[in-house]
Design a protein around this ligand. Structure first.
Ligand SMILES: Nc1ncnc2c1ncn2[C@@H]1O[C@H](COP(=O)(O)OP(=O)(O)O)[C@@H](O)[C@H]1O
Ligand SMILES: [Mg+2]
Length: 369
């Protein structure tokens, strides 16, 4: 496709209220040209509302939206150079695949002679070459979603908004489409803002992920920043697979955890309520090879669950709390797992000892409006 200058998009202190309900609370977000940013959060956290403000379908109650130097807060959607893909494909059922994909070209009154090449190129991008003349009713769910995608990219928009476009697909198709979309993003170079409630999907696809909770932007960062340095207990519990347990600060790099003292290589957050985020894959079974600088946590094995690529080992700690650790499924690692009922030592490297402040519940705090 032809090269075009990409645009970034910025949202400045945007809020959206529906009556007394605050759907979005003073969101500020800068998306760089060509960046893939996901909006991640549980259902009702405001993801679709934020996407709507970016696309121009939802008017913010306050705040503004910028495309480069241009204030586009009140620009209607069709004037914005934006491709959109929704969860429901919203295809025209009476039209063929080719007619559906050509629709934005028709709407934009682009010269008809150029349509076939553009349609063929967009269909090739989503691996549906040769499907031009099929009816929508003849396609599977995954194929329909790819037609919707082809329709969103056929006019080479500089910004593409996607709202849970893969959530109706089965797991295998969803995972292959995630990788396809990543490659497509690299090929197109377009700025993409992608809504999902699936943390793994967000981590897989994005340059950066913005975490929303109850209309608030809790944290934005690269996948590894979020995963390894969660800002609070909400992010830590939402990303990855971890157990959060209360700890008490001893000094700048140590916490009390039950009767144990754990060392963290990371600067401890200040704040009264601190939690240890134990990610299942960070806990190791002690094989005696590590020195005394690592944290050791005694426990007893209660259950081993075989999950194919890994085994989930449930253990009970001295205070009866049950947590789990993940052991890769290869011979040497399997052999380390003690029998159910046996005592063992878990190792937690200070580099992997993640301590987070307990998140503020925005619903519990007094409204700022
Ligand atoms: N048109 C509307 N009228 C009233 N409330 C709405 C409207 N649209 C969204 N909301 C509310 O705003 C909140 C955020 O919704 P939404 O942005 O759809 O969340 P998400 O996409 O993260 O599931 C929800 O509590 C939802 O019920
Ligand atoms: Mg939504």
């Amino acid at each position: 496709m032809t090269t075009r200058t990409n645009i970034g998009v910025s949202i400045r202190s945007a809020s959206k209220r529906y009556g007394d309900m605050v759907a979005l609370n003073a969101i500020t977000l800068d998306v760089e040209p060509g960046e893939f940013v996901s909006l991640l959060g549980p259902s009702g956290s405001g993801k679709t509302t934020l996407l709507g403000i970016l696309g121009g379908f939802v008017q913010p109650s306050s705040g503004s939206v910028w495309s480069g130097e241009r204030d586009i807060t009140y620009m209607p959607p069709h004037k914005r150079d934006i491709g959109i893909v929704f969860q429901s494909y919203a295809l025209f059922p009476h039209m063929t695949v080719g007619e559906n994909v050509a629709f934005p070209l028709r709407a934009r009154r682009l010269p008809k002679a150029g349509w076939p090449a553009k349609v063929a190129e967009a269909l090739a991008m989503v691996e549906l070459s040769g499907y031009q003349d099929r009816r929508i009713s003849q396609l599977s769910g995954g194929q329909r979603q790819r037609v919707a995608l082809a329709r969103a990219i056929v006019f080479e928009p500089r910004l593409i908004l996607m709202d849970e476009p893969l959530s109706a697909l089965d797991k295998q198709l969803r995972e292959s489409m995630q990788l396809e979309l990543r490659r497509l993003h690299k090929k197109l170079g377009a700025t993409i803002i992608y809504v999902t409630h699936d943390q793994r999907e967000a981590l897989t696809m994005s340059d950066r992920v913005a975490i929303l909770r109850k209309g608030n932007l809790v944290q934005i960062g690269t996948p590894s920043q979020l995963y390894d340095h969660p800002a609070d207990s909400f992010v830590a519990s939402f990303i990855g697979e971890s157990t959060l347990l209360p700890v008490t600060r001893v000094d700048s790099n140590r916490v009390e955890f039950g009767t144990l003292t754990l060392r963290s290589a990371r600067p401890l957050p200040v704040g009264e309520a601190l939690l240890l985020a134990l990610q299942t894959e960070k806990l190791l079974i002690d094989d005696g090879s590590r020195d005394a600088s690592v944290n050791r946590i005694p426990c007893r094995v209660t259950e081993v669950v075989y999950q194919g690529e890994s085994l989930k080992v449930f253990v009970k700690m001295a205070d009866s709390t049950v947590i789990s650790l993940r052991q890769p499924n290869h011979h040497a690692a399997r052999m380390q797992i003690p029998a159910v009922g046996e005592q063992m030592m878990m190792i937690l490297d200070p580099e992997d000892t993640i301590i987070v402040p307990k998140s503020n519940d925005p619903a519990a705090s007094p409204s700022s409006h």
